[in-house]
Design a protein around this ligand. Sequence first.
Ligand SMILES: [Mg+2]
Length: 266
Amino acid sequence: MEKFESVVRSAKYFLLDMDGTVYLGDELIGKMNETLDVLRNNGKKIIYLTNNSSKSRDKYVEKLSRLDLLREGDDIYTSGMAAADHLTANYPGKSVCLLGTEALKREFIARGVTLSDENADICVLAYDTELTYDKLCRFVGNLKRGATYIATHPDVNCPAEKFFVPDAGAFIQLIYASTGLKPSLIIGKPYTTMGVNLSLKYNALPEQFIMVGDRLYTDIKFGIDCGFHTLLVLSGESTLKDVSALLDEDKPELITDSLNDVVKYL
Ligand SMILES: [Mg+2]
């Protein structure tokens, strides 16, 4: 109880996973819009975080607005945006071959990344739901010429309406089967680049952040590895049984049935 209060009161930046944490598909989890308003009114900044690099920021603005979850001052950060920020910060002026959607291409260009399908310095593999054999061959060609290899996120499958569909992690394995090459860096959760970028963006210390999510091996591991506070919500994938199977250092700091429960600790 005391631990809950001290963490929830001291954390300023609430990094929220979306599916399983604030909504399930198209259904809000409880009165989530009211919960988030209470957090905002207590000076918390809401930052939606997603590994999905197939959609642009605008798509999330649309969905979150439709569900009444977005207010002025909130932020949305995808692994695709984080990849672009990583490139402009660490590889200024280098050319990038992107295996990604048209929406992500526009996002990269808007963030100052130079794209090129020929003789690229860097290859970025994203969740390309518009994948063609031609694009795959061009990407592999650049890799074989020795381009630096980065992937936006490691998820093998993406939940979809009828069944799980192949995600970026499955593409990574396809390319590994063909070339023997693996990414030298993966951006999205559970890896830490998104957290590092956000700490820099907000000029904030790790202990000012709390990562809230429903997956232990992505959301919670990410939070722990970034040095952030962590809150596991049981409104999605993970159960208490899953938690008990973990080593102590991999366990979330806080656990609640849903994010709605935190308001009583403010
Ligand atoms: Mg989730």
